[in-house]
Structures are given as structure tokens and as C-alpha cells.
Write a protein that binds this ligand. Sequence first.
Ligand code: ADP
Ligand code: GLC
Length: 492
Amino acid sequence: MRATVNVLFVASEVAPFAKVGGLGDVASALPKALAAEGRGHDVRIVMPMYGRITRLEHVTLILREVILDLGGARVAFSVYEGQLPGTKVPVYFVHCPRLYGRYAIYTEDHDEHLRFAVLAWASLVICQRLGFRPDIVHANDWQTALLPLLLRTVFAWDRLFANTRTVLTLHNIGHQGAFDAKVLADLGLAAAAHHLHQDQLREGRINFLLTGLLYANAMTTVSPTYAREVQSPEYGVGLDAFLRERAGVLFGILNGIDEAEWNPSDDPLLPFGYSASALEGKELNKEALLSAAGLPYVREVPVLAVVSRLAWQKGFDLCFNVLPRLFERRAVQLVVLGTGEANYEDFFASLARRFPKQVSYLKKFSEPAAHLFEAGADMFLMPSRYEPCGLNQMYSLRYGTVPIVHRTGGLADTVAQFDKRSGRGNGFSFENFDETGLTWALETALATWGTGSGDDRARWRRLQENGMRARFGWDERVTAYEQVYRMVAPGR
Ligand code: ADP
Ligand code: GLC
């Protein structure tokens, strides 16, 4: 294989164009790092042109009205080419208002299967029309998981793809794209349908993610611990047996974070800059955060933050009893930023009403608010039930905001329990996902905070510095992805 690789990177979210969670961040940071000077891979991104994408400045129409005949469905799409901001990485936006013209990125609409089948089809048609010969088609999650099968069947005749291999990254196997088998007629698979999992078809179901993990040449998950977890019945969401069978080509590669965007000493979204050796700015950000949140500022009172999608995965059920008890007994404050399922939104809203001097809930998500929350808080709470990688705990570590987490997935790989005696460790993590576990972690963190002054303060600083000095950049992660690419490439 040549020193550089042609990569077609296909994803349903890519920041800053469209993002629901961490997938959007990774789908922009990883291609950017692969294409960076010194690596120089020819990476091109394909994503849908959602109705909500407004930040499109310089795009060119490169393909007009391509007709896809998928059997039951006939779809026309066009393609616009833009660039990932700050890079030369081309982004191909699949323009199909009938499918993507809605505001939402993900829907429960009747044609959800078609929206993402078309994304996979369009990606390969784009290669054909542009004569782009990918060494690797890199798919992400269920939305793009039909790509390996399409390449092995429907597109196999085309010599353009003779040396193309596929990598599927599992960001979250909690979402699998499971549909009623009647959608099969819309996928354009024709005779290739016999490659689908037949037991499932007989049961009247079709599962996009399962198809991907049967046919991808290699798979990655976004942390080493999650790569092991998904092979167990507890975390495998019904796919564990298939994943165990393919364990030899399943690799855990921890996500990186964009260390330029998340840099406390040079962050345009913060009122005050700071660093591990000069933390005064962090205290000023705390004041600014509390004032924005409408809470009183007291230097010695620790502030906990939550920045999260409020989803079942994130484990906030554990807080329902634990947090009210904590606020009754302890001088501690909490700021929450995020939206999601109504029961969690209602919980944080009622907590804020009940403890108005201690709790504030901002029911929205915004990038500037996320930065201020990370910078101004003392501790960051992430009790996730499961967490493939998680980015916010890494943002927290870098911002000197001590994470309190459930020891699972990427949280287990990035947060190490602080040990008072040795001064090692960067946060607090509990083993068992239950109220006792969470309470223990919160109480241990508060005991370490102590009075928030004098020797206690010095100990806390040590803990903060342990986190702030660690590196979470993309550089070494990219080397791991390159190894996977080389491993599957023909003639290695
Ligand atoms: P997940 O992808 O499971 O939500 P991650 O920790 O990997 O978890 O990524 C979270 C990313 O999404 C971060 O960039 C965070 O700032 C952002 N984010 C958090 N809450 C929201 C929200 N309600 N809407 C949009 N983005 C959010
Ligand atoms: C998913 C996971 C999250 C991970 C992100 C990016 O959204 O829930 O843990 O960090 O993908 O890989």
C-alpha cells in the first residue's frame, strides 16, 4: 500500500455542520487529523445536507439530479462540495430535500431507513462519478453500516472498488437501525438480500448495524474498555455473540479531543484564560458562571457541572434520590446544561426550583455555554450507565474540572481514582451503577475538597494538575487508525 491512503469517511453528523453528540465531533476531528500535514491522507467526507445546515458559505454544485432506483423507492439527489473549516478536506453534501430537508438529524419518520440507505448509496455513486478510488471506506454507526455489504455485492462489479476495504466504527451500539423487514424493498439490494442475516429476516426484522458488523473488514470502537464490554451480554445489546465471533478484527481506539478548541489558556469563548500553573483565571470563570446561572458565589463552596444529552444512556436516574439528599445535607452547588428526554429535564427543573440557591438548570445546549460550564465548575458529573468513549470528561480534565464518573467504557480508560496518599489519579469513579456507588463517589470528592482552603486547596490543585497535564490529542489515535487501515489493505 502507498504511504498515504484514500479514505472515504461517511457519517450522519459532522461538526460544525450538524451535530447531535460526540459522533459529530469525532467525524470532523478524525478526518482533519488524517489529512493534516505529516500524514497527508486523501480524506473526503460524505454527509447529508440537512435542512438545519446553515453555515454553508462556499459550496459548489458538483453532481446534479442523480437518479437512484432502489427497487421500491426512486430517489433523486444532487451533491454539493464544500470544505471542513480550517482544512482542505472536501465535504460532499448529499442534497435530497425529500429525505434531508427536515430540521431534525434523526427522526422516527416512516422513511428513516431510506434516508440512510440513500446516504450509503450516494457515497459510492459519488466515488464513481468523481473517479475517486478509496482504499478505505470508513463508516460510522448504523446509519452508514450498509456500506460494507453494498461494496461486496451491488458495487462489486466496478473495478474502481477492487482494492477498497471497509472499516466500521461503533460509536454507540445502543442504536442499531432495526426496522421491519418490509423496508428491504427500498434498499436496492435485489439479489444481494440473501447476504442479510436470514434468521432476522424470518423474524421480520432487518438490522443495519448487524449487517455492517458481519461484512466490515475491520471494526473499531471508541475506547478499549468498550471494545471488551460490547462482547458481553450485559453491554452487547443483542450483538455480543456476533462481536465475539469477530473479536480478531475489533479494535478499541480511544477518541481524542480537539486540543486547540479546548484549550483553557487560549479559549475565545471564556472570559478569563488560565493554565495548570496559573489557575486564578479559573476562579474568575467560576464567578462568571455562577452569575450567569443566577447562583450566589462563595469561593469555598464546590460547584458541580453537568453538560450532557439527557438520555437514558447517561445514567441520571441515579441522581433522582441521591442529589436531593446531597443538597439537603451539603453546601454544594450544581449547574446543568442540556436537553433531552422529558423525565430528566423535569427532574433538573424541579431540583432547581427546590434548591434555588444551589441548583441552576439551563434547558438548552450551546457551545459557548459548554465552555463556560467546563471552565467555571470545580467538578464534573457523568454517571453514565454505559459510555463508549465520552468527550466531556476529557474536556473537564483539561479544564481542571475534576470528573466524577461511573467506571465504564471510555470513562474507565480516562478517569483514574484519586489517591490522597500518593497524590496520583485525576478524578473519582464508582464501580457499581447504583445509588450507593454514586453517593460514595460524590462524598469522596467532597471529602477531598474539604474546606476548599489551605492544605485542602493544595491537595485539590494537585488533583486538578494531574488532569490538566495529561494529553488527549488526536495524534497518537490517528496512528492507531492508520494501523487498522494498513491491516485490512490488500497486499499488506
Ligand atoms: P454523546 O455523544 O453520547 O452525547 P460525548 O461525551 O461523546 O457523548 O459527546 C458529547 C458532545 O455533545 C460534546 O461535544 C458536548 O458538548 C455535546 N453536547 C452535549 N449535550 C448536547 C446537547 N443537548 N445537544 C447537542 N450537543 C450536546
Ligand atoms: C457516541 C457515544 C460517546 C462517544 C461518541 C463519539 O455518541 O455515546 O460515548 O464519545 O459517540 O465517539
